[in-house]
Write a protein that binds this ligand. Structure first.
Ligand code: CA2
Length: 146
């Protein structure tokens, strides 16, 4: 099973500031953890990051026909991007939305996700473990549908 993991804006800054919210580990640590999880779950995973909405839309479009599913942390675009939502709906690939923090417990403007409507599930608040849980949920879904 081939899975594309997409990380949105500012996630490349992990470990630099706000360790009380996002932890002190870096983006390189996150990538390494996702690849370790992928090996354990026997998934073929590619991890990408972009700070640009249009680039994320293109990543989702290009995943069509190449990947079986997507795990996405749209970061701030979670709360605003109809373009990312439309791209997820357009390709129709199963996608799981993940967040490091528990967005429900944060500022009002973070409580609502626009993009989750294009996803089969959402995992929040588990730090790096949100990605493992997201990959696991996607794998379970693919096993029942492929
Ligand atoms: O909790 C999450 O995973 C978020 O998607 C992270 C986003 C935020 O905009 C979402 O509301 C929730 C932020 C990405 C990283 O932002 C940083 C900010 C300061 C220092 C390092 C990273």
């Amino acid at each position: 099973m081939k899975v594309l993991v997409i990380n949105g804006p500012n996630l490349n800054m992990l470990g630099v500031r706000e360790p009380e919210i996002y932890g002190s580990r870096t983006y390189a640590d996150l990538e390494a953890k996702i690849m370790e999880d992928a090996r354990n779950l026997q998934l073929q995973v590619k991890v990408k990051q972009s700070n640009f909405e249009g680039e994320i839309v293109t990543m989702i479009q290009k995943a069509y026909g190449k990947y079986d599913g997507i795990v996405i942390n749209p970061a701030a675009y979670t709360h605003t991007s109809i373009a990312v939502l439309d791209a997820l709906k357009a390709v129709g690939l199963p996608a799981v939305e993940v967040h490091l923090s528990d967005i429900e417990q944060r500022e009002d403007f973070r409580k609502h996700s626009v993009t989750v409507a294009g996803c089969i599930a959402q995992v929040t608040g588990l730090g790096f473990e949100s990605y493992r849980e997201g990959l696991n949920k996607l794998k379970e879904y693919l096993e029942t549908t492929i």
